[in-house]
Unconditional design. Structure first.
Length: 474
């Protein structure tokens, strides 16, 4: 009946008019879909921004309480082990937690529910097996190396290895939630619930008579991570069942790994870029210096939530626009995301730096020595914010290998400068090395996006979509 109506209308109406009229519903649907995606991205950015504000405040308060409770020495041991565990746990995912953000929206759009079910289940199993194997290897290495390492690190490191598989699974669940535009479910377990539980368990243990030590803190972290990850697993699984009907699973492991492994190289380098300074400081300097450096870096992390919020919202949006093939829209959104990243970062950074002495004094009088570190790190953060989420854009556009090479160069610069400067300049040398590496990273990302996609990522620049037709989408 509908086909007959279309044929009749096409005969009665003037030539070409029916074509324009009949295309109105599809155009309207496309407009509404695009607006819906934009609204979802804005909501995700706003929710992520709010969560990151709360998380930054919570993390700052909890680190002050932990530093006050343990003292500089024990606190330095704990933060060294905790940063190491977070890095290794994330790397254990081998990029699957971000590959989900790349593939899941595509499968939803195309209706490939079998592939979607296979992707989510395979990613979880892979992360657990990979992280469990790495943790087991770490325990074997710890057994043979314990005689040559400082004794106060042995037990905290062992407990940290038990946490690693939980960290990996949590990252997979985070990626699954972000791909579905569930920002609260994605971010609140890691950035709100887990820090609160660590603080509650640590304070409870100390009040019950437990030692004010790094061992007690890592035990509290283990309990908090276990509860948080299992709760998130249950919540994400139940919500997925409401949106994805039960059915067969199709596994395209080689396709997923082909994207996930370059992401692993990129994000692994990225994690090392942002955290290797703490590790190298811990290798060269005593725990007290680790504590001061980490306190300064954690205080400046109040600025990072701006970039993280933009990055969390931009990934799915970049993937959706690239799937549409609209290069002008991609350039415009990339420029907008860059401005979202830079200007709030500048404002928040200057405020935090102005209050630096007071904020550091909350950790203890000795921690005020980290104010210079804060100033240097802010320069690096702003350099990175100038180009916005460039690495996210490259990954969503299929340029993972290029991004990995760029990050490799930046990491080499970071490690080389850290090894060169820390023995001579201490924690200030670590800050200079880290900020310089951020500047190198920003410059390389800017050049890479401009050369490969024809898009200028610069907070003071403007999108030029008319010039983008000369380059084909990857």
């Amino acid at each position: 009946m509908i086909e007959a109506f279309d044929e009749t209308a096409e005969k009665l109406l003037p030539s070409g008019l029916w074509t324009r009229v009949s295309s109105v519903p599809s155009r309207l649907s496309a407009i509404l879909t695009a607006r819906g995606e934009q609204d979802a991205s804005r909501r995700m950015a706003l929710v992520a921004f709010i969560i990151r504000i709360a998380s930054a405040a919570l993390a700052f308060v909890s680190q002050i309480v932990l530093a006050r409770a343990m003292g500089e020495f024990e606190y330095g041991i704990f933060v060294f082990v905790w940063v190491l565990v977070i890095i290794l746990g994330n790397l254990s995912c081998v990029g699957f937690h971000t590959a989900i953000i790349r593939f899941l929206p595509q499968y939803k759009l195309s209706g490939d529910m079998a592939l979607l079910r296979g992707l989510t289940s395979t990613a979880r199993r892979f992360a657990l097996v990979s992280a469990g194997g790495l943790a087991l290897a770490g325990m074997v290495a710890l057994h043979f190396a314990r005689q040559s390492m400082e004794p106060y690190y042995v037990l905290p490191v062992f407990i940290g290895l038990l946490i690693m598989p939980l960290i990996a699974l949590g990252d997979i669940l985070d990626g699954t939630s972000r791909a579905n535009h569930w920002p609260v479910m994605a971010l609140s377990p890691t950035f709100l619930i887990r820090p609160i539980l660590i603080l509650v368990f640590m304070v409870g243990a100390v009040l019950s008579g437990a030692p004010h030590s790094a061992v007690t803190a890592t035990e509290a972290a283990l309990a908090a991570t276990l509860i948080t990850t299992l709760g998130q697993l249950l919540a994400v699984t139940l919500r997925l069942r409401r949106h994805v009907p039960a059915g067969p699973r199709e596994i395209a492991f080689s396709t997923w790994m082909g994207v996930a492994f370059p992401i692993f190289l990129i994000e692994g380098v990225g994690y090392l870029l942002t955290n290797s300074d703490v590790i190298v400081v811990g290798l060269f300097l005593p725990p007290e210096q680790v504590a001061i450096y980490f306190a300064a870096a954690k205080t400046m992390a109040l600025v990072h939530f701006v970039y993280f919020s933009v990055k969390a919202a931009a990934g799915p949006r970049f993937a959706a626009i690239i799937a549409e093939g609209d290069r002008g829209k991609l350039a415009a959104f990339a420029a907008q995301a860059t401005r979202w990243a830079f200007w709030p970062s500048l404002a928040v950074g200057l405020l935090v730096l102005a209050a630096g002495d007071f904020l550091l004094s909350l950790f203890g009088a000795a921690f005020m020595a980290g104010h210079v570190v804060m100033a240097v790190l802010l320069a690096g953060i702003l350099a990175k914010a100038l180009v916005g989420p460039g690495e996210v854009l490259l990954m969503m556009a299929g340029r993972q290998l290029l991004c990995a090479w760029l990050y490799g160069v930046a990491l080499a610069a970071n490690l080389g400068l850290n090894l060169l400067l820390i023995p001579h300049l201490g924690i200030e040398g670590a800050a200079i090395a880290t900020a310089s590496a951020m500047g190198v990273e920003a410059l390389l990302l800017h050049l890479a996006v401009r050369r490969t996609l024809g898009i200028v990522l610069f907070a003071f620049g403007r999108a030029a979509p008319t010039s983008l037709t000369v380059k084909a989408f990857p």
